[in-house]
Each structure stands twice: as C-alpha cells, then as structure tokens.
Design a protein around this ligand. Structure first.
Ligand code: FES
Length: 393
C-alpha cells in the first residue's frame, strides 16, 4: 500500500485537475447507463456527457446509437421496428431504416427498395455491454477496453445486486469529492439512518492509501487512526452533544465483506465504494455519469454475497425494510443536497471548487485529485465533446 499525500502540492494539483479532468466526465471508461430490464425493443432516449443517445434491444442484445437521424435530425428514439426479427430501427419521419449494430442505412422506405441513398450513410454507434443486470456504455471514439476492467470485482462477483438511480443537479466531480470523514460525522448525523447512533465528532490521522484490500481491485482507501476524544471547543462549549435515543455507541467498526474493511474508497473514473453500507455484509458502489452541464445520473448499487437461502432472505429483509430507504434514498439525498450547492459555488467561481489543504479531512479529496491525474486512462475530452455538453444544457 502506498500513501498518497497531495497537501503540500495542493495548488499545482488543483490547477492540473481542471485542465485534465473534464467537467463532462471521463469518456475512456465504461459507465452504467440503465438496468437491463429497462431496455426493451422500444427505444429509450438518454443524454450522456452531452451526447444524445438512443438505447434499444434487438434479437436479445442491447444497442446504442446517436439519437439523431442523419436525414433531418429526428430523434431515432421516436422510431419503430418495421422489420421484426431483424436488428433494425426505422426513423419515424421518412422511414429511413438503420442496422443498429453498425449504424448503416439499410433501407429508405419512402424511396423504394432501390433507393440510391442506401449504404451511403451511417449513424454513430456506441459499444454497450450487460453485466449484473446493468447496461454499460463506452462513450469514447477509441476502441473499448474489456468491460470487466471497469467494473469492481465486488460487483461482478456479487450474487445480490440492487440499485437506486436518479438524476441529480450538479457536477460529477463534486460528488466524487463528497464521501469521507469530513462530512459523514456532521452532515449525516441527523439522518434517519444515523439518528440512533451516538456519532463521534471527528476522526484523527486521516490518510489516503492506494492499494488492494481483500478480494477487490486497487482503490484509494480513506484510512484513519482513531476517533477524536476531545469534545471541548474553547469559548464555545462541548460538541457533539448527546441526544435522546442514541442507543448505539460507535467506537469500533465491523469487518466488511470480502475483506474490505475500509469504510470509504474511491477509484477512477470516479467510483465510490462504501463497506457495510447500506446494511452490514454489503459492499456499496456509486457512479456519477454527467448528462448535461448541470445534471448527472447518480447510479447507486448495493451488493451482497449470501451463501445460503437463509442468509439471502435475512439480507433482503434488512435491505428492503431499512437499508434501501434509510440509506440509499434518504441518507444519500443529503449528499445531493450539498453537491448541488458545491456546483452553484463552482459556477460563480469560474468552475473552480477546491478542497482546502489546511483542513485535514480534505486530504483525502486532494489525494483523489492527485491519484486521478496520475492514473487517468487515455485522452482528455475533446473540445467538440465539451461544446456538445454545453449545448445539451
Ligand atoms: Fe429520419 Fe427523415 S428525418 S428519415
């Protein structure tokens, strides 16, 4: 394991971060876009990193194309399937028909079977894959890496995979920098999820370590040495105050599944992993896929590894009776509330919103920026892609 400390070099790291980590998102990675069960023969429109995309299923496979007909620009998501049993999509306006596999124009129905335009045009297609009931998309022009390379092992090997998805206001970069001990002990202390916990005020010795823990791949792990014991703030009083109903004293932390004991970790392209969330024996993952300039798809996944039917029933009971609602929906809604304001600050500040080196808890966020800069795959977003993001807002 390697310590990543960017605090002494924060100004340079922050400057490079805005040059190399685009607000539109990192295209050279696979991103989750939908659940497999949501994509049927009926086309579905999505905006991803500023690109209008149509997703649909043909002959059992999922396909993705640019959602604009090259004739007059009609959204292909309004199209129909005129030739059942083929992998085609027909534009609703003049009946141009495309092979959804390679995007080629295979017929122009209102120009007859001998139309000279056939074979002369193509719609852009995007690589898509399905794993664990989730549709993954590759938005870069470059050839994709194997999808397994971008899906955490803890998700690929889970026997229980349950999601919550919503469109949130803000930018993906602020949400990647949200998790960690700096906010958890304050923002979430009044959530339903934490209300019965005697939550400590702060952690000591926070540091970022890059390495493999348990049966998962390499992550940037947020480690800490202990719980701060001093509650006295000179001239102010004591904090945190004890509240009625705090029946669980948080003094030590349970081991996580698959040997993942660190509570919060992060990795490229901006995936968060939380151990034992939203209930014990779970690994929880979050993705933030920018849609337009001010919104992103917040894609939350809870994973579990029960070995017996009884284990599975017990996990599902706890998850649906408590963890999903109190954790993934309500607790995490507090994060969205804050990320929206981080985005508003950035918009007023030339797109900049930095962690602060003098505040020790921000060391993890600075370390993430350094790690991202040093491990970024492939090319930056192009100017054209950046323009399309602005246009979609
Ligand atoms: Fe699509 Fe004319 S706009 S066929």
């Amino acid at each position: 394991m390697k310590v990543i400390d960017a605090r002494t070099d924060a100004a340079r790291i922050n400057e490079l971060f805005y040059q190399r980590i685009p607000e539109a998102g990192l295209r050279n990675y696979w991103h989750p876009v939908a659940l497999s069960r949501e994509i049927t023969d009926k086309p579905v429109a999505r905006t991803l990193m500023g690109d209008a995309v149509v997703l649909l299923r043909r002959l059992g496979r999922v396909y993705a194309l640019a959602n604009a007909c090259p004739h007059r620009g009609t959204q292909l998501s309004k199209g129909t399937c005129e030739f059942p049993g083929t992998r085609t999509l027909t534009c609703r306006y003049h009946g141009w028909t495309f092979d959804v596999g390679d995007g080629g124009l295979v017929a122009a129905l209102t120009d007859g079977p001998d139309s000279p335009i056939v074979g002369k045009l193509r719609v852009r297609t995007y690589p898509v894959e399905e794993r664990q009931g989730i549709v993954w998309i590759w938005l870069a022009d470059s050839p994709p890496v194997p999808v397994e390379q971008d899906i955490p092992r803890g998700l690929l090997e889970a026997s229980e995979v349950h999601t919550v998805r919503r469109i949130a206001k803000g930018n993906w970069r602020w949400h990647v920098e949200n998790p960690g001990l700096g906010h958890a002990t304050f923002l979430h202390r009044d959530s339903e999820y934490m209300r019965i916990v005697d939550m400590f005020g702060y952690a000591t010795g926070i540091k970022a370590m890059l390495g493999v823990e348990g049966d998962d791949d390499e992550w940037l792990l947020e480690k800490f040495e202990g719980i701060g014991q001093d509650r006295e703030y000179p001239g102010l009083g004591s904090w945190p105050r004890h509240r009625f109903g705090e029946v669980i004293k948080l003094t030590k932390f349970a081991e996580g599944p698959r040997g993942v004991n660190t509570i919060v970790s992060v990795k490229l392209p901006g995936i968060i992993r939380v151990s034992n969330f939203p209930i014990a024996d779970s690994l929880y993952y979050e993705w933030f896929v920018q849609t337009d300039a001010d919104h992103y798809l917040y894609f939350q996944v809870a994973c579990a590894y029960p070995k017996t039917l009884m284990d599975r029933a017990y996990w599902l009971l706890r998850f649906y009776a408590w963890g999903r609602w109190a954790g993934m929906v309500r607790f995490n809604a507090q994060d969205l509330w804050m990320v929206e304001d981080s985005h508003a600050k950035a918009k007023l500040n030339g797109g900049v919103n930095d962690p602060v080196a003098g505040y020790r808890a921000d060391g993890f966020q600075l370390a993430w920026r350094k790690y991202a800069l040093e491990n970024l795959r492939g090319a930056k977003v192009t100017e054209q892609q950046s323009d399309s993001l602005q246009a979609a807002s």
